[in-house]
Ligand binder design. Structure first.
Ligand code: PLP
Length: 401
């Protein structure tokens, strides 16, 4: 008998499990719109040209494989904070930002969750309803209590702004409010600049601590600065802010696991102490982070030519997704005779579209049409081509009605 007899079977991951089911499907028509990974019009994975160039440079220089310090590559930590806040941000010049390299967005969020568990015992994290599925796992595993604030309004397929504000107001003072910096996952619905101001107002009123998850900087609008404007607005108010960053999507470095945790503090003295504790949490968890992705980011951002090329490639990726979004809307509007208003698709931003399909309808998409997607009705437009829009529109209309 096994000593592990008592170990039960874990359920498949709601997002990565979709890719497993997709691989097992033998039908030629199959379409994987589950995971948020950018594909070309030919539906192939895409390695950015600037990444290849940076890697060539690294190879030519013949760099070594020594351990990084616990906090990661200094050149990376510098550029990642500057990319997020703007190089001229006073918080950076005053030394008030504690930045450590993390294992992409997920690992950075997990570090911050451990910091919250250790230094804010009992404090709650408020997450949007719905949110990226892994947020709940991260806070559960870190033993940080969480609850949800209203975000998505199924009636309008838009933002439930009043519900959001009222739930943030209603949270115990000093709660952490998890916000998606841009391109909200899974809904694709972001607050307007005016709404961000009001969100900042209530967070300040209630002495809450804003905690941004920035996984799509540059991917929503095509502009790095515009997509960071929500975070910068909070920092400009002098608030203390947590920000997790990921380079999985905007540099296509999914498997390199490169990102960062930034804590903007009210003084440089506090920032030094916070950073020391983040390092203390990282050391027994994974000791120190991997170097390859950090070097790529540092090389791309640190070289003006490569930096400009990156921006162009990002605009290209964001542009392709916008074109596909438009084509899907056109196809749905032309084919659907029920009079349903599909314009919500055009209002959404980023990699995803929230279709409003429920679980049974999403099952129909997969079982009948071989379209793989998460059961919350989210489809990744980054995995869709212009050529497949008509087919997808047929599948959606059939599943809706
Ligand atoms: N946060 C959000 C909202 C995401 O959508 C994702 C990826 O899908 C992540 C964080 C983290 O991804 P990674 O760990 O690959 O950086």
């Amino acid at each position: 008998a096994s000593r592990f007899e008592g170990v039960s079977m874990a359920p498949p991951d709601p997002i990565l499990g979709v890719s497993e089911a997709f691989r097992a499907d033998k039908c030629d028509l199959k379409l994987n719109l589950g995971v948020g990974a950018y594909r070309t019009e030919e539906l192939q994975p895409y390695v950015l040209n600037v990444v290849k160039k940076a890697e060539n440079l690294m190879l030519q220089r013949g760099e070594n494989k020594e351990y990084l310090p616990i906090e990661g590559l200094a050149a990376f930590n510098k550029v990642t904070a500057e990319l997020l806040l703007g190089a001229d941000n006073p918080a950076i010049h005053e030394g008030r930002v504690a930045t450590v390299q993390g294992l992409s967005g997920t690992g950075s969020l997990r570090l911050a969750a451990a910091l919250i568990e250790r230094y804010f015992p009992g404090a709650k994290v408020l997450i949007s309803s719905p949110t990226w599925g892994n947020h709940k796992n991260i806070f559960n595993d870190a033993r940080v209590p969480w609850s949800e604030y209203r975000y998505y309004d199924p009636k309008t397929v838009g933002l439930d702004f009043d519900g959001m504000i009222s739930d943030i107001k209603g949270a115990p003072e000093g709660s952490f409010i998890l916000l998606h910096g841009c391109a909200h996952n899974p809904t694709g619905i972001d607050p307007t600049p005016g709404q961000w101001e009001k969100i900042a107002d209530v967070i300040q009123e209630k002495n809450h601590i804003p905690f941004f998850d920035v996984a799509y900087q540059g991917f929503a609008s095509g502009s790095l600065d515009e997509d960071a404007s929500s975070v910068r607005l909070f920092v400009a108010r002098g608030m203390e802010v947590l920000v997790a960053q990921s380079y999985s999507k905007n540099l296509g470095l999914y498997s390199e696991r490169i990102g960062a945790m930034n804590v903007v503090c009210s003084s440089s003295d506090v920032a030094v102490r916070v950073k020391s504790q983040l390092k203390r949490i990282a050391r027994p968890m994974y000791s120190n982070p991997p170097i390859h992705g950090a070097k790529i980011v540092a090389n791309v951002v640190g070289d003006p030519t490569l930096f400009n090329e990156w921006k162009e490639e990002m605009e290209l990726m964001a542009g392709r997704i916008k074109t596909v979004r438009q084509k899907l809307f056109d196809s749905l509007s032309a084919k659907d005779k029920s009079g349903k208003d599909w314009s919500f698709i055009l209002k959404q931003i980023g990699m995803f579209s929230f279709t409003g399909l429920n679980k049974a309808q999403s099952d129909n998409m997969t079982d009948k049409w071989h379209v793989y997607m998460t059961k919350d009705g989210r489809i990744s437009l980054a995995g869709l081509s212009l050529a497949k829009c008509e087919y997808l529109a047929d599948a959606i209309i059939d599943s809706y009605h």
